[in-house]
Write a protein that binds this ligand. Sequence first.
Ligand code: FAD
Ligand code: GLY
Length: 377
Amino acid sequence: MSDSIIIIGAGVIGLSIAWRLASRGARVSVYDRAKAGSGASHAAAGMLAACTEIEPGEEWLLPLNRESQRLWPAFAEELEHVSGMSIDLRQEGTLHVALNADEHARLRHHLALQEKMALPVNWLSAAEVRAREPLLAGAAGGIWSPEDHQVDNRKLAQALRIAALKVGVTLHEETQVDRIIIEDGYATAVEIAGEHHSATTIVLAAGAWSRGICGLTPDIRPPVRPIKGQMLALGMEADNPLIRHVIWASGIYLVPRLDGRLIVGATVEERGFDECLTAGGMLSLLQNAWRALPGIEELPLIETWTGFRPGSRDDAPILGPSAVPGLVYATGHHRNGILQTPVTADAITRLILDGQRDEISLPFDASRFRPAAISRG
Ligand code: FAD
Ligand code: GLY
């Protein structure tokens, strides 16, 4: 069969692209070497934090992140309608707090960066922070980001799986793609257990593993590596949670879920695919969380895990055609893949079905990593 699209990877990126493509009538097969949604998409915290997470030097990422943030409510509504399940999009905003004078100064500096970029944020006094979140340790003030929301990323992946199947996507779980076949300069097929499966377009959406799939010559291997994150979840009373907003404090974020889970994240480590939970990782998460929210002391520890962010060389996603016709990249989403799901799905779908590049995705073309582009600066 040669008129079909093959997607490698059934995380939120591969599944959302598959859903969008098949909704428009395309014939799509998705392969995942594990269960759908079990990679970084399972490990994430689900924050849609374009304003809070902005770092100096990442200004160029902001239009993509803000556009995806804008798309999120309608995307969630449509997905919930098609899948028949809730994904717990909570639109309550994010609070980034300073707990002492040093952090206060640092946060004011961060606020200046956010204001320079005209982001919708404002400073809250200590009393205003207390009014929003009374159980936080005495904060010296904080930044309020009313447009930074959260979604339950595990439910998101589950809903995307259901929606994709409903529109006719063929999903092959526990089926590893061993090789991408390139013939006469065209990506024409994938190899699975010794058999070739041909396609008109192959989408590489294998997250942190995207670089390691055989068949890619060095010039077309996307520069993506795993960035390890350790996380844990504590159990609050669902009807009496300690906090109601996503909270950021020094070295930590806290994400309250509707079911009472309190997600505490996350370490950022260059350790390859090391799945080990470490005493140091857990200690720093718990210590920083306790410092911000002392009431966690009595909560049960209900889950610990690691995940691998797909980090590209410049920490931004790689979206669009490769140098080989037939092969498209949708990878490298690093810390923002949940946030960037709607904008990625739309951009890749339009590229494949209409041959159009969305203006907003152009800066994220893989060509930025080619030697000529690098030497041009
Ligand atoms: P994945 O979900 O990793 O999916 C890739 C899939 O490819 C996997 O299922 C894997 O099994 C499959 N695969 C790999 N190799 C093959 C092969 N050869 N054949 C077939 N299948 C293959 N983002 C946010 O926006 N907000 C957050 O709050 C947030 N928090 C995070 C916290 C942590 C600790 C981590 C680790 C990540 C976080 N992220 C967050 C980032 C986000 O999780 C990722 O950017 C996003 O999930 C990437 O999705 P993906 O579909 O590309 O990758
Ligand atoms: N975006 C949160 C994280 O990657 O830890």
